[in-house]
Design a protein around this ligand. Structure first.
Ligand SMILES: Cc1ncc(COP(=O)(O)O)c(C=O)c1O
Length: 425
C-alpha cells in the first residue's frame, strides 16, 4: 500500500498533485510520502508487538535526514554501515542505544567513532574484525557490545546481487566457525560482550520460508551456546522484506510475523529488525520529464531527463520499476492507443535504460513520468556521473510538501577539487 494514486488523470502523492511539485522544483525530483513511510514502519511495529522489537531502519536504503528524523521520531532505531551513516544517524537525533552497525569492512577509525558514540551493538562480520573491535575497545577502556553476523547458508530466492546469506557470499561468519569462536578464542577477548546473533540473508525476499530456515539454523546454534552456560539475549533478523515493484505478491508485515513468530518465540530472545526497502521503497517515486521521442529501426524510445545517475537499480540489477504518466490524457488512456517504448536516460551508457518495452500513450517533450517504487536504493545510489547534478528530494505530508534536499548546483560538481598551479605550468 502506498499514497501515490491517480485521481482524475493526475498522479497525487497524498493530497498534492505531483505535477505541481515538478513545476515548482523542476525534474528529476524524488517525491516521498510521509504517510506511507510512517504507515509501513507502524505495520511492522504492530505485527511484531508481542516481542516489542527494536526496529532499526536501514539507512542505506534512504539516508535523507528528514526521513531519518521522521522515523526516529516514531521510535525507530537505525541500522548503519559506515562512519558516514553513524554521523547521519546522530545528526538525525537517533539515540545511540538504538543504533546497530553492520558492514564487512569497518575501519579502525569507524570502530573508535562508534565506540565513543556508545552505539547499541556492532554486527561483526569476521574474526579479524572482532579482534580489531576488542583491541580498540580495550584502548578506550570500554566493553564493546557485539552480535555475530552469522551466515546461515540459506538461499533467499532473490537477485544474486542482493543474496547475502549463502556460503559463497562475503557476508557473515559460518555457523560452525561462530560456534568454535565463542567456545574458544572469545574467552581471550576481554573487551567485547556477546549480545547475540545477527542475520541478513538478502533483500526483496517475498516469502517467509528462507527466514524460517535461517531462524531454525541460528536457533540450533543458540541452544548449543546456551548449553555451555552462555547467555544469548538478542537475535537480529536483518531486513530483506520484499515489496511490489511489478506483480510480486510479497507477504504483508502481519503474514510475515505470523509465519516467523512461532519459530522466534521459543528462542526467548529480544528481537531486532532492520527493514529498509519495506519502509521506504514504495514511499517514493522519481519524477522525470520527456526530452525527446525517438524512433529507430522499429524501436521507440522516450529519452527522459533522469538516468542511471539518478536511479541505478534498473542498470545495476535489471530491476523493474513501474512507469506512469504524471498526467494521463483521457483520449490516450485506452491500451490500443498505447505503444511500446523504452524509457532511457541521457547518460552515455547502453545500460542507461530505466524501463524496457512499456506500453505508454504518445508523450512528447515536457510531459512528465513517474518511476514508481523508487524510495529505497534510489537517491542514495545517485552519482555525478556524466557531470550530472543529483536531484532534489521532496516529502509530502497531507496537503503540504517540503523540499528536503535542494538539487545540486554546478558548483557542487567541483566541490573539494583543487588544481595546484604546478600541475598546469
Ligand atoms: C545488514 C543489512 N541489514 C538490512 C538491510 C536492509 O535490507 P532491505 O532494504 O532489503 O530491508 C541490508 C541491505 O542490504 C543489510 O545489508
Amino acid at each position: 500500500m502506498h499514497d501515490f494514486k491517480l485521481r482524475r488523470g493526475q498522479l497525487y502523492c497524498e493530497r498534492v498533485a505531483v505535477n505541481r511539485i515538478a513545476e515548482a522544483v523542476a525534474t528529476p525530483v524524488y517525491v516521498y510520502s510521509h504517510h506511507t513511510l510512517v504507515d509501513h514502519f507502524q505495520k511492522l511495529q504492530r505485527a511484531f508487538r508481542r516481542l516489542h522489537p527494536m526496529i532499526c531502519f536501514s539507512v542505506k536504503a534512504n539516508g535523507n535526514l528528514a526521513i531519518l528524523k521522521i522515523l526516529v521520531g516514531r521510535g525507530a532505531g537505525l541500522d548503519i554501515v559506515s562512519g558516514g551513516e553513524l554521523y547521519k544517524a546522530l545528526r538525525a537525533g537517533c539515540p545511540p542505544g538504538r543504533i546497530v552497525y553492520a558492514s564487512v569492512g569497518k575501519s579502525r577509525q569507524e570502530i573508535r567513532e562508534a565506540l565513543r558514540a556508545k552505539i547499541f551493538c556492532f554486527n561483526v562480520e569476521s574474526i579479524a574484525e572482532l579482534e580489531a573491535i576488542n583491541e580498540e575497545a580495550g584502548r578506550l577502556g570500554r566493553i564493546a557490545p557485539v552480535a555475530l553476523r552469522v551466515n546461515p547458508d540459506v538461499e533467499a530466492h532473490t537477485h544474486r546481487y542482493i543474496t547475502t546469506g549463502t556460503a559463497e557470499s562475503k557476508f557473515g561468519i559460518p555457523l560452525a566457525q561462530a560456534e568454535s569462536l565463542i567456545a574458544g578464542r572469545w574467552r581471550a577477548l576481554a573487551s567485547t560482550r556477546l549480545l547475540g546473533f545477527h542475520l541478513h540473508i538478502g533483500s526483496q525476499i517475498t516469502k517467509a520460508a528462507p527466514f524460517i530456515e535461517a531462524i531454525r539454523r541460528v536457533g540450533r546454534l543458540i541452544e548449543r551456546i546456551r548449553r555451555r552456560g552462555m547467555q544469548i539475549e538478542w537475535l537480529n533478523l536483518g531486513g530483506g522484506l520484499g515489496i511490489v515493484y511489478k506483480a510480486e505478491r510479497p507477504q504483508t508485515a502481519q503474514a510475515f510475523a505470523e509465519a516467523v513468530l512461532p519459530h522466534l518465540l521459543p528462542l526467548k530472545t529480544r528481537l531486532i529488525l532492520e527493514p529498509g526497502r519495506f519502509i521506504a521503497g514504495n514511499a517514493g517515486v522519481l519524477i522525470t520529464q520527456v526530452l525527446y521521442r525517438k524512433e529507430t529501426h522499429g524501436k521507440r524510445f522516450l529519452v527522459v531527463d533522469a538516468g542511471m545517475s539518478d536511479l541505478i537499480r534498473p542498470a545495476l540489477y535489471g530491476a523493474y520499476h513501474e512507469v506512469v504518466p504524471v498526467i494521463s490524457d483521457k483520449r490516450q488512456a485506452t491500451s490500443d492507443k498505447r505503444q511500446a517504448y523504452d524509457v532511457v536516460g541521457p547518460i552515455c551508457e547502453s545500460a542507461d535504460v530505466l524501463a524496457r518495452d512499456r506500453r505508454l500513450p504518445t508523450l512528447g517533450e515536457g510531459d512528465r513520468l513517474a518511476i514508481l517504487g523508487a524510495g529505497a536504493y534510489g537517491f542514495v545510489m545517485a552519482s555525478n556521473y556524466n557531470g550530472r547534478t543529483r536531484p532534489a528530494e521532496v516529502i509530502v505530508k497531507g496537503s503540504r510538501w517540503f523540499l528536503v534536499r535542494k538539487r545540486e548546483t554546478r558548483a557542487d560538481l567541483l566541490r573539494g577539487e583543487t588544481t595546484p598551479a604546478a600541475l598546469t605550468t
